[in-house]
Design a protein around this ligand. Structure first.
Ligand code: ZN
Length: 118
């Protein structure tokens, strides 16, 4: 006997909801930046929330924002404060102080669009 999988399962969430999700992610990162000064732990919480929203609504976190948190421990990163940024030959290397691991971002990445926006 063959079971038919419900169609709903992999259908993306409505566009309207996803747009709201993207907006909320933006806000969360903005708040994370603001909160970092007095409470880095709060910033980390905002990053966690933003990630959860992104996963739930299957939206991508903008590449620019992806550099603002550690992909290993998900802590909010502030260059010069809790992470080190070094420019390599072919990539930018972020070193997270809290988990002591590296993130690498190659320069040649058309998707990132980092040349135009900050
Ligand atoms: Zn880390």
């Amino acid at each position: 006997m063959v079971f038919i999988m419900p169609l709903r399962k992999h259908r993306p969430k409505p566009l309207k909801q996803r747009r709201v999700a993207l907006e909320r992610i933006e806000v969360l990162f903005r708040e994370a930046d603001k909160a970092f000064k007095h409470s880095p732990a709060l910033s980390n919480r905002y990053v966690g929330l933003a990630r959860r929203i992104a996963m739930k609504y299957k939206v991508r976190i903008r590449p620019v924002l992806k550099r603002r948190f550690c992909k290993h421990c998900y802590s909010y990163l502030k260059p010069g404060v809790n992470c080190r940024v070094r420019l390599g030959e072919k990539q930018v290397v972020y070193f997270c102080f809290s988990c002591r691991r590296f993130m690498r971002f190659p320069y040649k990445n058309k998707k990132s669009g980092l040349t135009t926006s900050k």
